[in-house]
Ligand binder design. Structure first.
Ligand SMILES: Nc1nc2c(ncn2[C@@H]2O[C@H](COP(=O)(O)OP(=O)(O)OP(=O)(O)O)[C@@H](O)[C@H]2O)c(=O)[nH]1
Ligand SMILES: [Mg+2]
Length: 377
C-alpha cells in the first residue's frame, strides 16, 4: 500500500444552463407570448470525509474533477435540469488550499463531512422573465454563469492525539507496537519507518487515544536530510509530543545534544510544533544496568535543563509503558480543549480509526515508491 499525503487537483463546477427564448405557438392562440424557461444551476464540487480512506494516493491518477453543467431552459416554460454535484471522497484529516490565493478552503475532520470547494454557476433566465406590461414579446434571455474553477492542494494531516518524535532507531515504532494493535515494521537500522502509522491505545473499555508514529528525524532534516521534515505535519494537530530518546544510540551521538538538535528542527518547521507540550521518554531501559541508566538519564536531564515530565520505558519488555499511557490518557482528558486547536477523539471516533489500514500494515521497502517522497507533480 502506498502512503501519499499531498496531492494537487483541479476542481471545476458546472456552468449554469442558459435561459431559453421561445414563444408559445399553438393553434388558435395567436401571439401566445413568451414561454422560454430558465436554465438549470450548475453542479457544485464537494469534498466529503471518508473514514475508510487513509491516503491521497488516488489523486495521483485522477487530477481533474468536474461537476455537471446545468441544462438549458426549454420552451413551454421548462426549467433546465440542475447539473449533478461532484463528490470527492477524501481521508479524514484532509486540508485543502487554493493554490492561487493560498487560502484554506476546507478542513475535513469527520467521516461524512461535506465541504463545498467550487460553486456551480447560476442559471440563465428565459425570456418569460422579461415580460412586462410594455414588452409583451421580449427577445431577451441571459446565459448561465460559469462554474467556479480552482486548483487545490490537498494535504493529509493525520488526526492523532499524541505524536512520537525522535531520531531514527530510537524505538518509536517498537513503542507503538507495544501499546497498540498497530504493527509497523521494526528493524535495527535507521529509517525503517517510511510513512506515518497510527495506533489506537486502549487504556480500558471506552477510554483510548490515538498515537502517531512518524519517520525518524535527523539533524538537517529541515534542509532535506534523511527523509526531511515533511512528515512533521502529521504532528501538527496532536495534543502532546512524546520525544523518544535512545540513551545508547547506534551512532553514539550524545543523547542530550541530539535532543537539542531535534528541537531546532521542530522550530524550523514551525506550525507551533516547538510550543506543543512535550514529554521525554527514555527508551531501551532493558539494555543497561540500573545504575548506568540512572546516571545517563540524569546527565541528559541536566544537559537539557529539563523540568517537564519524563519517563523511562522499554518498548521491548514493556516496562514503564503502562504508566506512560495512563498518564497520557489522564493528561488528554484533563486539559482545557479550548486552549488547543487540535482534536481529542472521543470514543465515537474510535471506529473510524479501528478500520484504518495504517493500524496494521506497513510498506515493504521493496514496494516503496521513492516518488512518494517528492512533490506529486
Ligand atoms: N533492547 C531494546 N531494543 C529496542 C527497544 N526499543 C526498540 N528497540 C530496537 O531498536 C531498533 C529500532 O527500533 P524501531 O522501533 O524500528 O525504531 P524507530 O524509532 O521506529 O526507527 P525509524 O523507523 O528508523 O525512525 C530495533 O532493533 C528495535 O528492536 C527497547 O526498549 N529495548
Ligand atoms: Mg520506525
Amino acid at each position: 500500500m502506498k502512503f501519499v499525503d499531498e496531492a494537487r487537483i483541479k476542481v471545476i463546477a458546472g456552468d449554469g444552463g442558459n435561459g431559453c427564448m421561445s414563444f408559445r405557438r399553438e393553434k388558435y392562440v395567436p401571439r401566445g407570448g413568451p414561454d422560454g424557461g430558465d436554465g438549470g444551476i450548475g453542479g457544485s464540487v464537494f469534498l466529503i470525509g471518508d473514514g475508510n480512506i487513509n491516503t491521497l494516493v488516488d489523486f495521483r491518477h485522477i487530477r481533474t474533477y468536474t461537476a455537471e453543467r446545468g441544462s438549458n431552459g426549454a420552451s413551454a416554460n421548462c426549467t433546465g435540469r440542475g447539473g449533478e454535484d461532484k463528490l470527492i471522497a477524501v481521508p479524514v484529516g484532509t486540508v485543502a488550499y487554493d493554490r492561487d490565493t493560498g487560502e484554506q478552503v476546507a478542513d475535513v475532520v469527520s467521516d461524512g463531512q461535506r465541504i463545498l470547494v467550487a460553486t456551480g454557476g447560476r442559471h440563465g433566465l428565459g425570456n418569460t422573465r422579461f415580460k412586462s406590461s410594455t414588452n409583451r414579446a421580449p427577445r431577451k434571455t441571459t446565459h448561465g454563469t460559469p462554474g467556479e474553477r480552482r486548483d487545490l492542494t490537498l494535504e493529509l494531516k493525520l488526526l492523532a492525539d499524541v505524536g512520537l518524535l525522535g531520531y531514527p532507531n530510537a524505538g518509536k515504532s517498537s513503542l507503538i507496537r507495544k501499546v497498540s494493535a498497530a504493527k509497523p515494521r521494526v528493524a535495527d537500522y535507521p529509517f525503517t519507518t517510511l510513512h506515518p502509522n497510527l495506533g489506537v491505545v486502549s487504556i480500558e473499555a471506552h477510554r483510548s487515544f490515538v498515537m502517531a508514529d512518524i519517520p525518524g528525524l535527523i539533524e538537517g532534516a529541515s534542509e532535506g536530510q534523511g527523509l526531511g521534515i515533511r512528515f512533521l505535519r502529521h504532528l501538527a494537530r496532536t495534543g502532546l509530543l512524546l520525544h523518544i530518546i535512545d540513551l545508547a544510540p547506534f551512532d553514539e551521538h550524545d543523547p542530550g545534544k541530539g535532543a537539542e538538535l531535534l528541537l531546532a528542527e521542530l522550530e524550523k518547521f514551525g506550525a507551533g510544533l516547538n510550543d506543543k507540550p512535550r514529554w521525554l521518554v527514555f527508551n531501551k531501559m532493558d539494555l543497561m544496568a540500573e545504575e548506568e541508566w540512572q546516571e545517563k538519564v540524569q546527565q541528559t536531564l541536566d544537559y537539557l535543563q529539563w523540568e517537564g515530565p519524563w519517563y523511562g520505558v522499554s518498548a521491548v519488555d514493556g516496562r514503564g509503558t503502562g504508566q506512560l499511557c495512563s498518564d497520557i490518557m489522564h493528561y488528554l482528558e484533563n486539559r482545557d480543549p479550548a486552549e488547543n486547536d487540535y482534536l481529542l477523539h472521543d470514543n465515537s471516533d474510535k471506529d473510524l480509526f479501528s478500520n484504518l489500514p495504517t493500524a496494521g500494515t506497513n510498506v515493504d521497502h521493496d514496494d516503496f515508491d521513492e516518488e512518494n517522497l517528492n512533490d506529486p507533480e
